[in-house]
Design a binder for this molecule. Structure first.
Ligand code: LIP
Length: 277
């Protein structure tokens, strides 16, 4: 049977590549940095320019499709996931990395229909790695099939997480409590690429066994979520149960057993949901 979203996925990949060129070029010149929710929540003109580029390219081909874009939401657009075909876009995942030229930045494009992810594209543009996943069709990096790690012993595992952009002392305390607990299991180590999308691709690639974060947004994880499940991994909420992409909490792991073990160490909290009115 023909793939109903083949053309859309090809467009996502092509547009992510074009966006990557813009991001790489912008790294060669000075970046003007602005702030959003707080002094460490950064945005640049490139984030805004790239989001417009992606939205315009999609609109030209699919004028009826909807969008949830990080910078559009910041500018006041609603963040609502309906049953309609919806493109969920993070023009630069890892904006802080981008500002500092720390070499992990990604263009993340997820596509959902009936609230189900159909495909995900994450382009790690400085590494020139194009990660793609199609629901039921597997996950790939530069055309090579991905498979999560088979390591189920938490003591042999490496885990990704991030500190996020909240500096609220209570939030920082919980993040450090979780970090201490996860390190002290003991695990082999804890890492963070500075971008949720790439962290999820690292789970899908089998380089790390798990990634968890509280405080991310739907645009950070929509595409990566499909990469993880299509590579054989699982997604959960940090308190257990199914993940809710709007809840700003995610645990991605290679297996249910390892995810359940990590859940015991995570000090959870509830940020304001992405779809809160
Ligand atoms: C970032 C995430 C990162 C997280 C930051 C932020 P941005 O996305 O990918 O993992 O720790 O809080 O949400 O803002 O660079 O698109």
């Amino acid at each position: 049977m023909a793939d109903a979203w083949k053309e859309a996925m090809e467009l996502a990949e092509k547009t992510a590549r074009r966006a990557g060129e813009v991001v790489c070029a912008a790294l060669q010149v000075e970046r003007s940095v602005m702030t959003k929710s707080c002094s460490v929540d950064l945005v640049t003109q490139t984030d805004q320019q790239v989001e417009q580029l992606i939205i315009q390219s999609v609109r030209d081909k699919f004028p009826m499709h909807r969008f949830i874009g990080e910078e559009s939401v910041a500018a006041g657009e609603p963040c609502v996931l309906s049953d309609e075909p919806t493109w969920i876009i993070d023009p630069i995942d890892g904006t802080t990395n981008f500002v500092h030229a720390f070499p992990f930045v990604a263009i993340s494009i997820g596509f959902s229909v009936n609230k189900q992810m159909e495909f995900g594209v994450v382009f790690s543009c400085l590494e020139d790695k194009m990660y793609t996943a199609r629901r039921g069709g597997g996950a790939f990096c530069n055309g090579e099939r991905l498979q999560v790690s088979s390591q189920e012993d938490i003591q042999q595992a490496m885990v990704c997480t991030e500190f996020g952009s909240s500096r609220d002392p209570e939030v920082v305390e919980k993040i450090f409590c979780s970090l201490r607990a996860v390190l002290s299991i003991p695990t082999h180590g804890v890492r963070g690429a500075g971008t949720a999308a790439i962290n999820m691709c690292l789970v899908a690639s089998g380089c790390v066994e798990a990634y968890y974060e509280i405080g991310i947004h739907v645009w950070d994880i929509a595409a990566g979520a499909l990469l993880v499940t299509e590579a054989g991994g699982v997604l959960m909420d940090v308190q257990g149960g199914p993940v809710d992409l709007m809840s700003r909490r995610v645990l991605a792991a290679n297996s249910p057993a390892l995810a359940e073990r990590l859940l015991q160490e995570i000090h959870s909290f509830c940020p304001i949901r992405d779809d809160a009115a």
